[in-house]
Design a binder for this molecule. Structure first.
Ligand code: NAD
Ligand code: ISE
Length: 339
C-alpha cells in the first residue's frame, strides 16, 4: 500500500519533508500540498507532482489524502491537527504540537475521545542513531543510575526575528523532549541563568542562555543554548551515572591531517546534523500508517509536556532567573500514565 500524504505548509522544512517522502521513504507519495502562500504551494506541488488545494481543511477532507503532515507556522498547528483528528486521519505535526498548553490539551482530549492514537509530533532526535544508543545504554543500566546530564545546543547564527523566548520554545524544546525520553523521567522545574551576552547577537536577544532543569527523580540537567556561536551546529549531551558516563557521539566525519593539523568538519545546520534521524522518523511513521497501527513516535502528550516545560523555562527567563515549578497535569493512562 502507498500512503498518500497531504502536506500543510510548503516552507523550509515542509519542502524538505516532501522531498524525503517522495525520494527517500518507500511506500509514500505526496498527493496534495497547501500553503497560505499560493505561489510556494504551486512550486512545491509542481516539483513533486502533487495537487495544490486551497486550505488545510480542504486537504484534510480530500479522498486522495490518507495521512496529514503539518509543517506550517507553530501557531497554526493546533487547528490543523484537531481537524485531522476529527477526520480520523493520522497526522504528523512538526514541533511544536501547539504554542499554548491549552491548545495542546485540546488535541490530547480530542485524541482520547477518538479512542486511539493518531498524532505524532516531530521531535526527530528520538530517531537519531546516537541518542538511540544512549537510550539503550541507560535502559541496560550500564552506567548505573543517572545523576547529571550536561548538554549544549549551538546554532552558528539565527535570523533577526529570533528572540530570547525562542531559545526555549524553538531550540531547547528538542532537549526537553529527548531528555524526558532518554531518562524515562519527568522535568519538574526550570531555571534560566543569563551569562555575559555575546556581542554577535541582536540587541533584543539574550544569547547564550544556561537552562537548568530538575527531574522527578532528582536528576540535574544543565543545557547551554548558544544560537550565535559562529562555528557550526553543535549538539552535545553527556549523562553521568553512578558507575560511568555515556556521551552522544559527534556525527561521523573523516579526520583530515594536513599542514601539522588534525581537523574534522562540524555540521553547519540541523538539516545536515539530523538528516538520518529525519529519514528514520518518516520511515517509521509511514510504516505505522501503512500497517494501520498507532504511531510509535512522540505523542500528543509529549507535545503537551514539551510546551508546558518550555513555558516554565520562558517564565524563569522573564523573571530574571527565578526557579519555576512545572505545572503539568497528571499523565492519562491513554498515554502510559496512571491518571
Ligand atoms: P517556514 O516559514 O519556512 O514555512 C512555513 C510555511 O507554512 C510557510 O510557507 C507559510 O506560508 C506556511 N503557512 C503558515 N500558516 C499556514 C497555514 N495555516 N496553512 C498553510 N500554510 C501555512 O517555516 P519552517 O522553518 O519550515 O518551520 C515550519 C515548522 O517546522 C515550525 O513549526 C518549526 O518550528 C518546525 N521546524 C522544525 C525543525 C526540526 O528540527 N524538527 C526545524 C525547523 C523547523
Ligand atoms: C529550529 O527550529 C529547529 O528545530 C532546530 O532543530 C534547532 O536547532 C534550531 O535552534 C531551531 O531554530
Amino acid at each position: 500500500m502507498t500512503v498518500r500524504v497531504g502536506v500543510i505548509g510548503a516552507g523550509m522544512i515542509g519542502q524538505d519533508h516532501i522531498r524525503r517522502l517522495t525520494e527517500v521513504v518507500t511506500g509514500a507519495s505526496v498527493t496534495a500540498v497547501t500553503d497560505i502562500d499560493a505561489g510556494r504551494a504551486a512550486q512545491a506541488a509542481a516539483r513533486f507532482g502533487a495537487t495544490v488545494l486551497p486550505t488545510g481543511a480542504d486537504l484534510i477532507d480530500s479522498p486522495h489524502v490518507d495521512a496529514v503532515l503539518v509543517t506550517s507556522w507553530g501557531p497554526t498547528h493546533a487547528e490543523h491537527v484537531l481537524n485531522a483528528v476529527a477526520a480520523g486521519k493520522p497526522v504528523f505535526c512538526e514541533k511544536p504540537l501547539a504554542t499554548t498548553a491549552e491548545d495542546c490539551l485540546r488535541v490530547v482530549e480530542a485524541e482520547r475521545a477518538h479512542g486511539r492514537r493518531l498524532v505524532q509530533v516531530g521531535f526527530m532526535r528520538r530517531f537519531d542513531p546516537g541518542y538511540r544508543q544512549m537510550k539503550e545504554v541507560l535502559a541496560a543500566g550500564s552506567i548505573g543510575t543517572p545523576l547529571i546530564v550536561h548538554c549544549a545546543h549551538r546554532n552558528p547564527t539565527v535570523p533577526d526575528a529570533y528572540h530570547s523566548a525562542m531559545a526555549a520554545q524553538d531550540t531547547a524544546v528538542h532537549e526537553i523532549d529527548v531528555l524526558r525520553w532518554l531518562l524515562d523521567d519527568e522535568i519538574v522545574s526550570a531555571q534560566v541563568v543569563s551569562p555575559r551576552a555575546t556581542s554577535r547577537r541582536f540587541e533584543h536577544l539574550q544569547d547564550p542562555q544556561i537552562m537548568l532543569f530538575e527531574t522527578a527523580n532528582g536528576v540535574r540537567i544543565d543545557l547551554e543554548v548558544f544560537v550565535n556561536c559562529q562555528y557550526g551546529y553543535d549538539i552535545q549531551c553527556e549523562t553521568v551515572g553512578e558507575e560511568g558516563l555515556v556521551r552522544l557521539p559527534d556525527p561521523a566525519a573523516v579526520g583530515i591531517r594536513t599542514r601539522g593539523r588534525h581537523s574534522t568538519a562540524v555540521p553547519q545546520d540541523w538539516k545536515a546534523r539530523f538528516a538520518d534521524a529525519f529519514d528514520t522518523e518518516f520511515r517509521e511513521w509511514i510504516a505505522s500508517v501503512a500497517a494501520g497501527a498507532e504511531p510509535t513516535g512522540p505523542s500528543a502528550w509529549d507535545g503537551y509536556a514539551a510546551t508546558v516545560i518550555t513555558d516554565a523555562t520562558v517564565q524563569s527567563l522573564d523573571s530574571g532567573g527565578r526557579l519555576v515549578t512545572v505545572d503539568m497535569k497528571p499523565r492519562p493512562a491513554f498515554y502510559g500514565g496512571t491518571a
